[in-house]
Design a protein around this ligand. Structure first.
Ligand code: AMP
Length: 280
């Protein structure tokens, strides 16, 4: 009987903070999956985990203008709300929070977020103000949703690292790390993949496969700057891409590493004018 009741309970779509607060009042163990929409299997894996671990799951869809360092990138970011809602309904998500800018930025109080010099690496080096924007919006969303658990993808490892460090010290919410979901060609799923033409989608898969094999070759080797530079040049030539960074860093502190154990290869590049990131 209860099972049937659960089945018929409708997913609620909320646009205003007050409505979300009301809907969540008295609910414990809330799971939260923040997204910028264009829902794909990567997001779905986070949502399924939340549905599994939490009493209620809130999925937010908000393309946050403040984390885009480039206006054109913000404008062309894929948006597919109707399709997203259909997917979320099928998954039996409890609440979808789709606020506009005014709702999220109602409170003028901007958290003082300063990245230290040692944080200005990888994406932070190339996207000025990006993580400050991400941490600010995550602070705002966490204040609104008050989740017990926030589910985030390893695909955006640096984001996860910085948000975890910031949010877990300020709030009573735990960040839950979720594995990167890839397509059959090993390409990490991303909303931005929609912007790639078919031949570039295939190419991006080949590049990911190439780096997965490269990682295996690094086992038991001392990794040098020169080695990484040679690989970077090789990839740029072979695939006609522009690489921002190709670095091996420790998973715990993101310090440069000379050993692949406890470390990952971090990779950011442009395929035509689409910026893609991954880690292996
Ligand atoms: P986004 O909508 O791109 O801001 O992503 C929302 C959340 O989904 C973030 O925590 C991402 O790290 C996560 N995510 C995006 N792509 C993937 C993927 N391929 N596998 C797992 N998680 C992902």
């Amino acid at each position: 009987m209860f099972y049937l009741l659960k089945y018929f309970i409708q997913m609620k779509i909320l646009l205003r903070n007050n409505d979300l607060n009301e809907a969540l009042s008295g609910v414990s163990n809330v799971g939260f999956v923040p997204t910028m929409g264009s829902i794909h299997e990567g997001h779905i894996s986070l949502i399924k985990k939340s549905l599994n671990y939490c009493n209620k799951t809130v999925v937010s869809i908000f393309v946050n203008p403040k984390q885009f360092n480039n206006k054109r990138d913000y404008q062309k970011y894929p948006r597919n709300l109707k399709k997203d809602l259909k997917i979320l309904k099928k998954l039996k998500v409890n609440f979808v929070y789709t606020p506009n800018k005014n709702q999220v930025y109602k409170s003028r109080k901007r958290s003082k977020i300063l990245l230290s010099k040692k944080d200005k690496i990888l994406c932070a080096k190339y996207r000025k103000g990006h993580f400050e924007g991400v941490i600010d919006v995550m602070t705002r969303l966490t204040k609104i949703v008050k989740p017990s658990k926030i589910f985030m993808g390893e695909k955006d490892f640096q984001q996860l690292f910085l948000v975890k460090r910031y949010i877990e010290t300020k709030f009573n919410s735990k960040i839950i790390l979720c594995k990167t979901i890839r397509n059959k060609n090993k390409l990490a799923l991303s909303s931005r993949n929609i912007l790639l033409k078919k031949d570039n989608l295939i190419k991006a898969g080949r590049i990911a496969g190439d780096l997965i094999s490269f990682k295996k070759k690094l086992l038991k080797k001392k990794i040098t700057k020169k080695m990484m530079l040679i690989k970077k040049n090789e990839l740029e030539k072979l695939y006609n891409i522009k690489i921002e960074y190709l670095e091996v860093r420790n998973k715990k502190n993101l310090k440069l590493s000379t050993n692949i154990n406890n470390s990952k290869i971090f990779f950011g590049y442009y395929l035509n004018d689409v910026r893609l990131i991954d880690n292996f």
